[in-house]
Design a protein. Structure first.
Length: 460
């Protein structure tokens, strides 16, 4: 095995117990990431009343966590390529857990905004780090399906949060308002996941890229032994030599990756308008339509059921439809259902179109989370995904300042027209400039296997 790459050895494996364990623990961690991301939006109308927030403070409250995530995604993404995937996602969960707990006991809106910002530093890199880790651990033939399973588990956060908000917001327990309990639940859950993740191995592909070949080989041998016990170890299909390199941000701007970098950055600037624009602002949209806080929480919980169901729907699709075209198709449907939701006034239509929007948005989300971790080499994968994803966090922080004025002055239909334009630009961006990736080894997709400009062109 001395001349065979770790990637070739991992790609021939069946799904083992370690793969399933990693998928479960990664999915549970992202659950609490998403739980927190949507928390300020779900509780926005409640917090306005709790702290008597002036209208000028509301966008800052919604933006604070995302602005922290912007910085965290850049910093921790770089650390993951330099020091390892596992260390980075252990740090981010610890930061989030501590400061989310502090947010629960905020005596005023100023401290709540500050604690949300610092918690965001930890949360920012969670999805791109997890995307990179799982993509590197899983075999090529099952990579999309199991990353989608992780997100299916994670997206249960939205309806769970909606239901908990409806139950807890009107009550007090242990002398604490219900909204504070939601922050405590997020903090406690992420702490439990932090303990569980200590037992996961480092990414063998990253260890190989970092030159730590003996450690990479030990983990690969353990996984191969587990496959042998199942009687399903296939022969190696490739004799690709080992590749080792030092992570460098400049790799993203080499001729063959520059196009992908710009494509992914442009995508993330736009996707947050459609994806987080709905999930973060839906209670405010319903309030603008004239619904009370309790009714808006009820409708929010119902529409949020589309998130895990949409993720479940993606499971048979992500390995059958090439990821780039699945992103394009789901972006188109988000534009259609978003405008329909914005124009709807009847409660039944609001719930139906809201549900359909969240349903297709998670097919969209799963496809791009798989996709963004496939198109760059191992040595810079977390940096590439983290830096691009940080732009979505930045845009999420700026989004309330852009979309709320449109909502307040022109209504929800106009706001979702802005969303539709963003989705249309995404379709052009991914459709024209994105590479094919479904069912192919990571090394083949991003050029580590061929290493030539000719090979890069052939992959388009």
């Amino acid at each position: 095995m001395a001349n065979i790459s770790i990637g070739a050895r991992l790609d021939r494996l069946p799904i083992t117990r370690l793969h399933k364990k990693a998928t479960l623990l990664i999915g549970t961690g992202i659950f609490f990431d998403l739980f927190d991301i949507f928390l300020a939006g779900v509780l926005s109308t409640v917090l306005v009343e709790q702290f008597h927030i002036d209208e000028k403070w509301l966008p800052l409250l919604l933006a604070s966590g995302f602005l922290g995530m912007f910085i965290g995604a850049i910093v921790l993404g770089g650390l993951a390529d330099r020091f390892g995937r596992k260390k980075a996602f252990m740090y981010n969960l610890a930061i989030y857990s501590i400061f989310s707990l502090l947010a629960a006991f905020s005596p005023n809106v100023g401290l709540l905004i500050f604690f949300r910002f610092v918690a965001g530093l930890g949360l920012g890199a969670e999805p791109p780090l997890c995307d990179a880790y799982l993509s590197e651990l899983l075999p090529a033939s099952q990579r999309g399906r199991y990353v989608a399973w992780a997100y299916t588990l994670a997206f249960l956060a939205m309806p769970v949060e909606g239901i908990l908000a409806k139950i807890l917001v009107p009550v007090q327990l242990f002398g604490l308002e219900g909204w504070r309990l939601l922050f405590i639940i997020g903090s406690a859950g992420s702490l439990i996941v932090w303990v569980w993740r200590m037992h996961l191995p480092e990414s063998p592909r990253w260890l190989e890229a970092a030159g730590r070949l003996e450690e990479a080989n030990q983990i690969a041998v353990q996984m191969e032994d587990e496959a042998k016990a199942l009687g399903e170890l296939k022969p190696v299909q490739s004799t690709t030599p080992r590749q080792t390199s030092v992570a460098s941000f400049s790799v993203l701007w080499q001729k063959r990756y520059r196009r992908y970098t710009l494509m992914l950055w442009f995508f993330h600037i736009l996707q947050t308008i459609g994806y987080y624009g709905f999930g973060t602002l839906v209670p405010l949209i319903l309030k603008a339509k004239g619904y009370t806080i309790l009714h808006s929480l009820e409708y929010t919980a119902l529409t949020f059921l589309g998130y895990p169901l949409g993720s479940l729907l993606s499971l048979p699709l992500v390995e059958r439809i090439d990821r780039k075209w699945l992103i394009v198709l789901s972006a188109f449907l988000m534009a259609v259902f978003g405008i329909s939701f914005g124009m709807a006034n009847l409660p039944s239509l609001i719930v139906i179109f809201g549900f359909l929007y969240t349903l297709v948005s998670n097919v969209f989300s799963n496809a791009f989370h798989i996709y963004q971790a496939e198109i760059f080499p191992t040595s810079v994968r977390a940096t590439a995904a983290g830096s691009a994803y940080s732009l979505s966090r930045l845009m999420s922080g700026l989004m309330p300042f852009m979309l709320l004025p449109v909502l307040n002055h022109y209504g929800s239909a106009a706001m979702f027209s802005v969303v539709a334009v963003a989705m249309g630009l995404i379709m052009v961006d991914i459709g024209l400039f994105g590479p094919r990736s479904t069912g192919r080894s990571l090394e083949d997709v991003n050029g580590e296997e061929r290493g030539s400009e000719t090979g890069f062109k052939n992959r388009m």
